[in-house]
Design a protein around this ligand. Structure first.
Ligand SMILES: NC(=O)c1ccc[n+]([C@@H]2O[C@H](COP(=O)([O-])OP(=O)(O)OC[C@H]3O[C@@H](n4cnc5c(N)ncnc54)[C@H](OP(=O)(O)O)[C@@H]3O)[C@@H](O)[C@H]2O)c1
Length: 218
């Protein structure tokens, strides 16, 4: 059921990314969101009146506690091993920063936290990427939010401006391998970033309580 007040204040993290960019567009367009705040490490090109942008150093998120005076946090933060440069640097973005954002949000009494994670996330997985994603999910889920929504997409489809060879390879063969992914394997099918963002924004309006995991069986 939808939130009755429909004057939702949202904090978006990762707005310059693929999913986050689509989320930002939806949040700005949707009149149910009265104010949108973005935490980013680089400025945005366009800042309409409904939007407040905080350009921050993610190693010092604590200095921006006032940005967490919101009803919901949407976290689309993430990097790749390639961009981060090392497993530790990857874990810092995908786990440490996410956990810190969630701690700050919980400390401010934010009721809902939404996280884009990944299919296969599992804190005890032997696969490093899945383990880090699982740890981030666990860090968010153990905090006293009224609601946590974890979205677990498979390969994201959408236009990127930087090359990602492994993902490009996956996308090229997506129509072929999607054909074999039925039933419980359907969640491993690629999904458009736009679909993930639209789902996230709808969940940001939901007053459903508890921890929920969402897959995309497209
Ligand atoms: N790519 C896939 O196929 C795939 C599949 C499943 C799940 N996921 C997960 O889905 C989520 C969203 O993915 P996406 O492809 O939309 O991500 P993306 O396009 O790579 O965007 C990631 C966002 O995180 C920010 N970011 C990265 N490193 C940062 C740092 N060190 N400090 C501060 N901000 C930083 C980026 O900011 P800048 O723009 O400044 O870099 C950007 O806003 C991620 O958690 C990802 O792991 C991705």
């Amino acid at each position: 059921m939808a939130n009755s007040s429909m004057e939702i204040r949202a904090l978006l993290v990762g707005a310059t990314g693929l999913v986050g960019g689509h989320c930002l567009g939806e949040l700005l367009y949707d009149n149910d969101f009265s104010a949108v705040t973005v935490l980013t490490r680089r400025p945005l090109d366009w800042v309409p009146p409904k939007l407040t942008v905080h350009v921050v150093d993610f190693d010092h998120l604590r200095d921006h506690a006032e940005a967490f005076n919101v009803d919901v946090v949407l976290c689309c933060l993430g990097t790749t091993h390639r961009a981060a440069g090392s497993p530790e640097a990857f874990a810092k973005v995908d786990h440490v920063y996410v956990a810190e954002l969630a701690r700050l949000a919980a400390a401010r009494g934010v009721p809902r936290f939404l996280l884009v994670s990944a299919v296969g996330a599992d804190p005890s997985s032997p696969v490093f990427y899945n383990r880090i994603k699982g740890r981030a999910e666990a860090a968010v889920s153990e905090l006293p939010f009224k609601a946590v929504h974890i979205l677990r997409p498979s390969l994201l489809l959408g236009q990127r401006w930087e090359p990602r060879p492994a993902e490009d390879w996956g996308k090229q063969f997506a129509p072929l391998w999607s054909w074999f992914l039925w039933g419980p394997l359907g969640r491993y099918r690629p999904v458009s970033a736009e679909t993930v963002a639209a789902c996230m924004v709808e969940l940001a309006k939901s007053d459903q309580e508890g921890v929920h995991i969402h897959y995309f069986n497209t």
